[in-house]
Each structure stands twice: as structure tokens, then as C-alpha cells.
Ligand binder design. Structure first.
Ligand code: AMP
Ligand code: GLY
Length: 423
């Protein structure tokens, strides 16, 4: 069969690579893809003139694509799946209605409260006076979230009351996030350890991928502003057998059954951001897609056929599937442009991409081909994944490969995996 992957980041490179490993897949198209995807066996990048869903549908018909998988949140929230359904084309991604779990934090919070899914207590309001009065009644820290998609910047974990009030004011009065901040969710701070719990869902049931954890702050020791993720590893030791069982029975299954019962069944990848408090998981956020960079280490460990799993999920047949993962651990280090997540320059020539080391793999994200050079073209540029018998060996493999790569201003965290290794 032929698979189309939509997107251009490290997650999409990992998805395309994983699909290409399937014996049942003869070719993977990626729109637009990146220089890394173009070099994979059985993978071909395709440029589309238009970002209209109709251009994707035309490509799928012309190329006789059997399965389309969408990587990033925005086209999913904009209704990519709904359009493909109308056109009678196979797309594995949540519908716009199901993706409200990610695109609207007020929807997600109300949904969790209605369905008794463990999450922090919260007030949802569009009124600044109500917001500040509520904040005054709370002991900080307190968390203030813009309702809509804000590219990972819409959340403030406020250490003081005045910081929380200022965050609510920026959203509700100063409209810093536009419509995405017309409503805010003000929620209790949960003290625990975070993990990424990603499942594949057919709308009725779900299978968990191997557990993972990412590192959002840009600098070592979890300092500095949050990014999309500076590194990730799998498995995450904090996600014990007991935590997995609770996450499935108290969170994932009630979410999937609740969405179905409310008329918006969720078919696709579901990434639950967990806060684990004394072996009990709470939902911090839902994402209706794979994580980036979690996809890179998790899919490196997947030993079963992703294309088969997605096709089975589209046919509501996940209960017959089994996902298998290699015993080894995998760890991804993100190499980013100096200055990211704020201002940074691009166009620097990248050295050291050629040398392969066994048990490592480089996934591209913000790169571009210029003649016979590969140059930087984004904030997160590459992720280097290492495999090893435990997280610490995977880390050593990833860093020994990452040290071979260089460009002017390159940045990476040196402590990816510290929580797992410290444990
Ligand atoms: P979100 O975009 O909702 O995942 O929030 C971004 C980050 O803020 C999370 O990854 C957590 O580190 C932190 N965070 C969000 N909600 C809470 C909460 N209720 N308690 C503690 N930390 C939180
Ligand atoms: N790594 C965090 C995310 O994909 O949202």
C-alpha cells in the first residue's frame, strides 16, 4: 500500500521512516517533508502549491494513496479528517470535533469533569474580574491557560498571585493570544512528575505506545523558556505497570468512550500529558496527535507494523492488534538553532551528518537542501536518537552521535534523560 504523511518535522520524519519499514508499504509520500525524509528508502517528498485540503485529496487520488496520516495539530484542528471523510478517502487523524480535546482547553476541562477523569480543579472564565477574584482565593502556585491553540506558549505556571493575575490580564484584557485567549482555564497546580502517554485509538478502544518523557525547557536543569521539546526518551521509568493500568482504565478508556458517547468518536493518535502524583496519573493536557520529539524514540522502538495498526484502527479493529516494542531504550537529543525558542538565525551549513554510528539515527526537522549542502531552516533542526540496553546507554549512544554534528550557533541540552537515569 501507499501512505501519505502530512508535515515536515522530526515527528513526521519518524512516522515516514516507521511506515517505510512496513513490508506492506511500497511507498511513503511526505508533504512537504524535509531533506531527511527525502533520503529514506521508499520515501518521496511532494510539494503542493496549495495548502487547501482539496490539493491533498487530488494528490491522494492521483497517486492512489491508501492511507493519509496527519502529523501536526493545526490541520487536524482545521478539519483535515472531516474533509477526507466527505471525499471518501482514508485519513487516520481525529475529526475537528474530536480534536477539541486539544484545540480547546475549556472543552477538555469540562469534558474531564463531566466524565470523572482525574485532572486539576479549575475555573473557566472569559471575565477578568471573575478570574482575578478567583486567583485571590487560591494559594499559589496556580496555572493560567489560554483556551485555544497558542503554539505551546499559552500556559503560565504562576509562582505568585500577581503573576497569575498578570497572565489572566494578558489573555483576557490585552488579548495577547487573540481569540485563543478569550477564555482562560485557571487550574490548581499539581506537584508530581510529568510523562507522555500516547495511544492509538480506533474510537472504541486504544492500545498504548511505549511510555515516554520529554524535556520542554530549553536549558540544562530544566531552566529557561519552554520549547516544543528539547529531547525525549522511552520508556519512562516513572510510568510503572500500575501507572499504565491506571492511565488506561481511569483516563484513556473513559476519554475514548466519553467522546464516542458524546457523538465525537476519536480515531487517531491521542497523547495524554500526565502528571503522576504518588503513582496516580492526572491529565495535564490532551494532544490529538503524536508528540514531537516523543515520536522519534517511541517509533525507533516499535517493532510491529504501524501501517497495519493504523488501517486496523480505521476499520474499528484495534482489539485484534498487538503493538510490540524492542526491549532496548531509546533517547532523542534535539539539536536546535541558538536563540530558539525566541529569535534565531537560519541558513547555516550543517557538518557531520554523513557519519553513521550503529544504534543511532538522525531525524530532520528544520533543515533545507541548498545545492549539495544541508542548511538550518528552523528552531528545532535535528533530533539524534540512540538505542541502548537502558536509558543511560541510549543517552551515551545519542550524545556520541550528536557530538559529530555541528553548525554555527548549534545548541543542545547536555542532560536529556537525567530524571530517568537519576531514578
Ligand atoms: P500544557 O500546555 O497544558 O501541557 O501545559 C504546559 C506545561 O505547564 C505542562 O507541561 C506542565 O509542565 C505545566 N502545567 C500545566 N498544567 C499544570 C498543572 N495543573 N500543574 C502543574 N503544572 C502544570
Ligand atoms: N513534546 C511535546 C509535544 O509534542 O507537544
Amino acid at each position: 500500500m501507499k501512505v501519505l504523511v502530512v508535515g515536515s518535522g522530526g515527528r513526521e520524519h519518524a512516522l515516514a521512516w516507521s511506515f517505510a519499514r512496513s513490508p506492506s508499504v511500497e511507498e511513503v509520500l511526505v508533504v512537504p517533508g524535509n531533506p531527511g525524509t527525502s533520503e529514506e528508502d521508499k520515501v518521496r517528498n511532494v510539494e503542493l502549491d496549495s495548502k487547501d485540503f482539496s490539493a491533498f485529496a487530488a494528490l491522494v487520488r492521483k497517486e492512489e494513496v491508501d492511507l493519509t496520516v496527519v502529523g501536526p495539530e493545526q490541520p487536524i484542528a482545521d478539519g483535515f479528517r472531516d474533509y477526507f471523510d466527505e471525499q471518501g478517502l482514508n485519513c487516520f487523524a481525529p475529526t475537528k470535533a474530536a480534536a477539541r480535546l486539544e484545540s480547546s482547553k475549556s472543552f477538555a476541562k469540562n469534558f474531564m469533569l463531566r466524565n470523572s477523569i482525574p485532572t486539576a480543579g479549575a475555573l473557566i472564565t472569559g471575565d477578568f474580574v471573575e478570574a482575578s477574584e478567583y486567583i485571590e482565593t487560591k494559594e499559589p502556585p496556580i496555572v493560567v491557560k489560554a483556551d485555544g491553540l497558542a503554539a505551546g506558549k499559552g500556559v503560565t505556571v504562576a509562582r505568585t498571585t500577581s503573576e497569575a493575575v498578570a497572565a489572566a490580564k494578558a489573555m483576557l484584557v490585552e488579548q495577547k493570544f487573540g481569540d485563543a485567549g478569550k477564555l482562560v482555564v485557571i487550574e490548581d497546580f499539581l506537584e508530581g512528575e510529568e510523562a507522555s502517554f500516547i495511544v492509538i485509538s480506533d474510537g472504541r478502544t486504544a492500545l498504548p505506545f511505549a511510555s515516554s518523557q520529554d524535556h520542554k525547557p530549553v536549558f540544562d536543569g530544566d531552566q529557561g523558556p519552554n520549547t516544543g521539546g528539547m529531547g525525549a526518551y522511552s520508556p519512562a521509568p516513572i510510568v510503572s505497570e500500575q501507572v499504565t493500568q491506571k492511565a488506561m482504565s481511569q483516563i484513556v478508556m473513559p476519554t475514548i468512550q466519553g467522546m464516542s458517547a458524546e457523538g465525537s468518536p476519536l480515531q487517531g493518535f491521542l497523547y495524554v500529558g500526565l502528571m503522576i502524583v504518588d503513582e496516580t496519573p492526572f491529565v495535564v493536557e490532551y494532544n490529538c496527535r503524536f508528540g514531537d520529539p516523543e515520536a522519534q524514540p517511541v517509533l525507533m522502538r516499535l517493532n510491529s507494523d504501524l501501517a497495519q495498526h493504523c488501517m486496523a484502527a480505521l476499520a474499528n479493529g484495534l482489539s485484534d492488534q498487538r503493538m510490540e516494542f524492542v526491549e532496548e531504550s531509546a533517547l532523542a537529543v534535539v539539536l536546535s538553532s541558538g536563540g530558539y525558542p525566541e529569535k534565531y538565525e537560519t541558513g547555516f551549513s550543517i557538518d557531520g551528518l554523513e557519519k553513521g554510528i550503529d544504534g543511532t539515527k538522525i531525524f530532520h526537522a528544520g533543515t533545507q537542501r541548498e545545492g549539495n549542502r544541508i542548511v538550518t531552516n528552523g528552531g528545532r533542526v535535528l533530533s539524534v536518537v540512540g538505542l541502548g540496553r537502558d536509558v543511560s546507554h541510549a543517552r551515551d549512544a545519542a550524545y556520541s552521535r550528536a557530538r559529530e554534528v555541528n553548525w554555527s550557533g548549534m545548541h543542545m541540552r547536555r542532560d536529556i534523560g537525567h530524571r530517568a537515569i537519576g531514578r
